[in-house]
Design a protein around this ligand. Structure first.
Ligand SMILES: NC(=O)c1ccc[n+]([C@@H]2O[C@H](COP(=O)([O-])OP(=O)(O)OC[C@H]3O[C@@H](n4cnc5c(N)ncnc54)[C@H](O)[C@@H]3O)[C@@H](O)[C@H]2O)c1
Length: 385
């Protein structure tokens, strides 16, 4: 393939921005568990941010969290307590387990706060609709925490699709997962119905759906046929302790066949545990070419190796390797996710990862769950918001 074509894909442009530090944004952190640390570490690098408060349902947890960072922030026992007591807050990070994403986000938006909401957006489509309505009424920035969006290789997937190199995209197989990887190292909040609400589908399935849905411009999902199972999570011999198997109340494997507006099919599967290394690479089938995106053995926010473009050159089937791109600058993907949220607040620009897109991601995930429970294909209905 001509060097010039490869070069067009090669370099990520990195724009240096000067951060105005005259006004510091006052931030509160809701939920001070594992992922809150990543938020905190990114916020600490931002010169225009002041962390003023935090909340966690578990008494003492928020105090310990701030002590670890030597930060003198006020602490509370729920999102409501914190938001009501802190009228000067500008924004919050919602770092709670999945089932409280919707209530914390809606409360914050209704009180006029900007929200950086961890993925998955929530558990059900109904919650996602309520979140979008609250956001619209508030006029505030709501960004959903998909840091892989900021990875240069992920951006390349979108660039390739948008360049027209693949022709019309008509079929996508995607997903992935781990051979052994039900997330229990810090307790059971991911695996219990009452806290996680949704399992592998929400935890890592949302990422692989976002990779391909974002690349093709987030067309509306129309119908879904879904499947989910919990054979590993419910197996006391597989789980680190038998009590975890008893507590397991979500999916550890999910699959879906999704029809999208524009005549595109997504064939998707995702696993927290399985007896194989991968259920397959992501492949985007187009009328002119296809793109293979190697799977990763875990969802860490990037692609599993160089991508391959399968296309014809003068009628000869040809393969072109797209080199792995380095992310530019010193920023981690997490820093970029936090920075993009802050910039949208300060500049009055659109949300970097908008709910108007992620509601379709949530619709697919919750459509898979609903279809699996009903045992037949379902229509996805999303009202005008
Ligand atoms: N973006 C990423 O890379 C990434 C990585 C891991 C987890 N996550 C997401 O982050 C979220 C949290 O994961 P985690 O591992 O930190 O979970 P965790 O269980 O360690 O922490 C969640 C905390 O939220 C608290 N909480 C729940 N509801 C609350 C409320 N209403 N008010 C105040 N506190 C509340 C809980 O008490 C708990 O301490 C999940 O939705 C997960 O999917 C994202």
């Amino acid at each position: 393939m001509a060097e010039s074509i490869l070069d067009a894909y090669k370099h990520e442009r990195h724009e240096e921005t000067v951060i105005d530090t005259t006004k510091k944004l006052k931030i509160g952190i809701i939920g001070t568990g594992w992922i809150a640390s990543a938020h905190m570490e990114s916020y600490l690098k931002m010169p225009d941010v002041e962390i003023v408060a935090g909340a966690d349902l578990i008494p003492g947890k928020a105090d310990e969290f701030f002590k670890r960072y030597n930060i003198n922030a006020r602490t509370y026992l729920s999102h409501k307590e914190m938001i009501d007591a802190e009228p000067e807050l500008d924004a919050v990070s919602v770092c709670t387990y999945n089932v409280t994403h919707a209530e914390c986000t809606i409360y914050a938006l209704k009180k006029g706060l900007h929200v950086l909401l961890e993925k998955p957006m929530c558990v059900t489509l109904e919650e996602a609709i309520d979140i979008c309505r609250a956001e619209k009424e508030s006029g505030k920035v709501l960004s959903i925490g998909f840091q892989p969006r900021f990875d240069a290789n992920m951006k390349m997937v979108k660039k390739i699709v948008e360049s027209g190199e693949l022709g019309k995209v008509y079929y996508i197989q995607t997903g992935g997962g781990r051979r052994r990887g039900i997330p229990t190292p810090f307790g059971t909040s991911f695996i219990e119905k009452e806290t996680g609400g949704i399992g592998a589908l929400g935890d890592i399935g949302c990422y692989s759906l976002d990779m391909v849905m974002n690349a093709i411009g987030y067309p509306k999902p129309l119908t879904v046929t879904g499947y989910k199972s919990d054979f590993f999570g419910k197996n006391p011999e597989y789980m680190p302790c038998p009590e975890y198997a008893e507590k397991f109340g979500v999916d550890d494997f999910g699959a879906g066949f999704v029809r999208l507006e524009g005549g595109i099919i997504i064939d998707f599967r995702i696993a927290w545990a399985m007896h194989v290394d991968t259920p397959g690479d992501t492949i985007i089938f187009g009328t002119k070419a296809a793109l293979r995106i190697p799977s990763t053995d875990c969802w860490n926010g990037t692609v599993g190796g160089p991508m391959i473009l399968y296309h014809d050159v003068c009628g000869t089937p040809t393969q072109t390797e797209i080199p792995i791109l380095e992310n530019s600058g010193l920023d981690s993907l997490f820093d970029l996710k936090v920075r993009s949220f802050l910039d949208a607040i300060k500049n009055g620009t659109p949300s970097p990862v908008p709910s108007s897109q992620i509601i379709y991601n949530q619709a697919i995930l919750s459509g898979i769950c609903r279809s699996a429970e009903l045992g037949h294909e379902i229509q996805i209905e999303i009202p005008e918001i």
